[in-house]
Design a protein around this ligand. Structure first.
Ligand code: NDP
Length: 453
């Protein structure tokens, strides 16, 4: 049967655009449907604008530290609308860049929502397109819990467009987004309370990292409350919100930000018209090649809920395009040792196994840890500490995990990820000469271990 295109991509975020461009580069005829701004969550409501807000927030430290280095400045003033205006201008530029990249690759862009009609047909804007293959890359959206008054809360989507900076904000949740936005608003001058239902935020990260970050954020003045849940939200006459908490206390705030995870965008996709199905968590079920139960339909990125990170969606999108159009270039998707950063202030950088995961997997391990005041802060009033940790397999000497809380942790961990991926042992770390004086050199100078079993 003839097809109008070789690949139809639904969703113009990181994974979808990458797959479309790579496939087109292999000579495939490709169409891509996206009804919202090109670039998806990462470009519009995630990584990129978030990092801009983190940069904005980090100037608070810089102004303060600069005084101790002999600079005198007028009392710094922060203007939220200016930051948002400049951020929006840059994001609009990136949207154009994405459109140009697709056009240059001869990908046909359809600015309409798309829906599956059958295993080889997509409908978008009233037009039916026959496709040899279809890729779903529709991403995710924030989850809003069903609590009385939750309509008064915002999510990260709205946080990027608030008309005014809240004076007081409550961030509810304990994952990446919660921790990052708590730091952003605190840095920009708001009084921040973070509520999390568990004992300690960032579940799944190394215990030492989590404890260290809690200490540093508390030191900075964030009000962190664990084992705390919101039961009800009421809007008061002055427009502020009153939260009733699980310990029967009340908390007033100007803004409540829910950061309690994200859900895949799968409604209105017409999945039921095909054999593609959802897994028990509600994500699109795929095999190791990102293929659904319908052989012509693939899915990548946040909508499959494996590892919800942009570089992973890019790798998955590339892999699908190769599999379909240049199978000789296929490399198996490798989800091991994915480095990641949490852009709290201070940052977290992490790769590999946490101490807890290593023990769970029955490794006999040695732990190397270092806590110290970074050189840059020694002239300042700040008592903030940096934390570095290596998890080493005692039998093979292989470094299983590297973790850090401190300035530029995300930048530092990328290089360590290469070493871990290459199978570096602690001896290799020890044999590596440090760059002096830096924070990163501590990763190659830690000599005293504690044994954990
Ligand atoms: P996360 O999965 O990181 O965290 C979700 C948080 O919400 C957890 O603290 C979780 O608690 C809590 N939660 C989940 N369900 C409920 C519920 N029903 N009631 C109360 N609390 C709940 O999700 P995020 O939304 O923060 O981020 C989504 C993903 O996006 C991340 O997993 C990450 O992969 C990616 N991301 C990456 C960033 C980066 O690379 N820097 C930045 C931002 C996002 P509990 O732990 O107890 O389950």
């Amino acid at each position: 049967m003839s097809h109008d295109v070789d690949l139809f991509v639904i969703g113009g975020g990181s994974g979808g655009v990458r797959a479309a461009r790579v496939a087109a580069g292999f000579g495939a005829r490709v169409a891509l449907a996206e009804s919202r701004d090109l670039g998806g969550t990462c470009v519009n409501l995630g990584c990129v604008p978030k990092k801009m807000l983190v940069y904005g927030a980090s100037y608070a430290d810089d102004f303060e530290h600069a005084r101790h280095y002999g600079w005198s400045t007028a009392e710094p003033q922060f203007d939220w609308p200016s930051l948002l205006r400049n951020k929006n201008r840059e994001i609009a530029r990136l949207n154009q860049v994405y459109a140009r990249l697709l056009a240059d690759s001869a990908v046909r862009l359809i600015r309409q929502p798309a829906r599956l009609i059958d295993a080889h047909t997509v409908e978008a804007g009233g037009e039916r397109v026959r496709a040899a293959h279809i890729l779903i890359a529709t991403g995710g959206r924030p989850y809003v819990p069903d609590i009385p008054g939750s309509e008064y809360a915002i999510t990260s989507d709205q946080a990027f467009h608030l008309p005014q900076m809240p004076r007081r904000i409550v961030v509810a949740g304990g994952g990446y987004i919660a921790v990052e936005f708590a730091s952003i608003f605190h840095g920009l001058g708001a009084a921040v309370t973070q509520l999390y239902r568990g004992d300690l935020f960032l579940r799944g990260f190394d215990g030492g990292l989590r404890t260290h970050l809690r200490e540093q954020l508390s030191l900075r003045g964030l009000d962190l409350r664990f084992k705390s849940a919101i039961k009800q939200i009421v809007r008061l006459d002055d427009g502020s919100l009153e939260l009733s908490l699980s310990d029967h206390s009340k908390l007033q705030t100007d803004c409540l930000l829910f950061a309690k995870g994200r859900r895949p965008v799968v409604d209105d996709l017409g999945l039921a018209n095909t054999r593609a199905a959802l897994d028990t968590r509600g994500y699109i079920a795929v095999d190791e090649h990102c293929r659904t139960a319908e052989p012509s339909i693939f899915a990548v990125g946040d909508v499959i809920g494996r590892v919800q990170l942009t570089p992973v969606a890019l790798a998955e999108g590339t892999a699908v395009a190769r599999l379909l159009f240049r199978p000789d270039t296929v490399r198996p998707l490798d989800y091991s040792l994915i480095p990641t950063a949490v852009f709290s202030l201070p940052n977290i950088g992490t790769v590999g196994l946490s101490e807890e995961q290593a023990i769970e997997r029955h490794h006999r391990i040695r732990i190397y840890e270092s806590r110290f005041r970074p050189l840059k802060l020694t002239l300042t009033d700040s008592s903030e500490n940096t934390f570095l940790k290596l998890v080493v397999d005692a039998d093979s000497d292989r470094v299983l995990g590297a973790h850090m809380v401190g300035p530029d942790a995300g930048e530092i961990i990328q290089g360590l990820a290469v070493a871990l991926k290459a199978g570096a042992t602690k001896q290799v770390f020890d044999d590596t000469i440090g760059v002096h004086p830096t924070t990163a050199e501590e990763f190659v100078t830690m000599r005293t271990a504690r044994v954990a079993v």
